[in-house]
Design a protein. Structure first.
Ligand SMILES: Cc1cc2nc3c(=O)[nH]c(=O)nc-3n(C[C@H](O)[C@H](O)[C@H](O)COP(=O)(O)O)c2cc1C
Length: 186
């Protein structure tokens, strides 16, 4: 197959998550496509937020943020909090917040998965703040667990692909397993 260089374009699916933070003492929510895992031990995730946004200062001030994984049921609200800024619009009532005992940052009741992160480091990229967060708690709706483990089919996480919100696809393999038969000298 002939390959064509189409420029320095980012291609591929991204998760679509809603980040919650307290900003000036009020719950604020921002939609992000730039979010992923960083390390396993300790478990860390990153989010990358344009410096023009309102949420950044709240995360820096409180040292915490939550990553909330939406299901397809709240796509419209997720899109909304990604269209309007907390600087102009009060987004605190869009979702039902809940807190852990420290009460540092709001998590979203309507999302089946909530990952509470403590800021580990902030990396200053041109135009973006990248927040590395250590996971301090992960909350999952009980009806989204199978054998006590998060079940991605039940969670029905939404992804971003080519500007569209999409469902998780069908399984097409088993990680750390399918490649084993290709390992020589077993
Ligand atoms: C699907 C989607 C994905 C987005 N991903 C990002 C992102 O990864 N980083 C970012 O800085 N802004 C992203 N945005 C834009 C912010 O969510 C948006 O500008 C938001 O209104 C900022 O809110 P705030 O000013 O209250 O912080 C995204 C928006 C949408 C709709």
């Amino acid at each position: 197959m002939t390959k064509r260089n189409i420029g320095n374009m980012r291609v591929g699916i991204s998760p679509s998550v809603i980040v919650g933070a307290l900003v000036n003492g009020k719950e604020n929510y921002i939609t992000l496509g730039q979010c992923s895992g960083l390390s396993m031990n300790p478990p860390m995730m990153y989010i990358s937020i344009n410096k023009v946004h309102y949420t950044n200062d709240g995360i820096k001030e409180n040292g915490y943020f939550s990553i909330n994984i939406p299901s397809d049921k709240i796509v419209q609200k997720m899109d909304y909090v990604g269209l309007v800024s907390g600087r102009e619009v009060d987004k605190s009532g869009v979702f039902t917040p809940f807190y852990d005992e420290d009460g540092k940052t709001p998590m979203i009741e309507e999302c089946p998965v909530n990952i509470l992160c403590k800021v580990y480091q902030v990396v200053d990229l041109p135009n973006y703040d990248v927040f590395f967060g250590e996971i301090v708690g992960t909350y999952v709706n009980e009806d989204c667990l199978t054998d006590d483990k998060p079940d991605m089919k039940k969670i029905n996480q939404v992804f971003l692909s080519g500007g569209k919100y999409c469902y998780v696809g069908e399984e097409c393999g088993t990680a750390f397993s399918d490649g084993r038969s290709l390992i020589k000298d077993k």
